[in-house]
Design a protein around this ligand. Sequence first.
Ligand code: SAH
Length: 345
Amino acid sequence: MKDIRSKDLKELEEIILGYGESKFRAKQLFEWLHKKMVGSYDEMKNLPQGLRQKLQADYPLVPLRIVEDLHSQLDGTIKYLFELPDSHIIESVLMRYKHGNSVCISSQVGCRMGCKFCASTLEGLVRPLTPGEMVGQIYAIQQDIGERISNIVIMGSGEPLEYLDITERFLTLINHEMGQNIGQRHITVSTCGLVPQIKELADKGMQINLALSLHATTDEKRKQIMPIAYRYSIQEVLEACQYYIDKTGRRVTFEYALIHGENDKEEDAKSLGKLLKGMLCHVNLIPVNKIEERNYESSKTSSIENFIRILESYHVPTTLRRTLGADIDAACGQLRRRYMKKRGE
Ligand code: SAH
């Protein structure tokens, strides 16, 4: 992989030594890339010019280009569209909370998981992002706003556990003490439920938060909205989550998009309560965001309130996701689609 931002320190050392330079140059390079987050070799003032030229020739450094940024007047949310070096478009969102700035990043261009309510998957997977493109979203946003980012959720387009090695490298880079040093407990990985990879992640001994997109309480219903349910049953998914909890001691979040008439009835809430009762977990209810291509409608306020009340009667901690950036269409792949249509794709 030619992407310099995806290299870990050891790989940078090998590159530097290969040029016949001293090893400490690798540390300097790593800091320029991941601490100071510069977008060109020219800015790396303490590296010899010859070295910078060689790097530029062998590992071109192309930062993500902001092609659009939409600012919410309601809550300071900023939605970014970035162009990648091969001209694909991805989106990321900055959300401002009392406890700090949080960024939602994409892990792939498109997605092949096929969830029926999701705009990111309508045309399948184009390609996974590199680890460097994943950190690049955070760096570009940090540079743009000039403020520190303290929390990261990998909840944008893509399935981050499909290529676990890529996500793991991303985690190593963003958590690195010589870079941004964002704590593992401040990072959340959201998955549609790839059972083997959940266990593999659990075995890595990290303190990453896991969010599991459940969205239904029976396999039959889940299959109707999430094709991945044909591969793994809810029981297998919950067992994998329990394994994750046992290994990491972290509380798992279950995401549940409330879709009017599909999964928001009293019986659904009861069945969810029964499934999760006693587990070290928390449910995050998301009123489904309507996408043009599908007919799903968000649940009515009364159904949402009822749903929460029932879950609470099972002592399952529940929160309703706050809608941020409601005025800028900040939801799930919609902005990208609109931009691509405009570009004629
Ligand atoms: N592939 C991963 C991460 C990306 S999706 C996953 O499935 O978790 C991030 C979250 O947004 C998931 O919970 C997903 O189900 C949810 N989501 C996607 N489209 C949505 C929509 N239109 N309305 C509400 N939530 C949606």
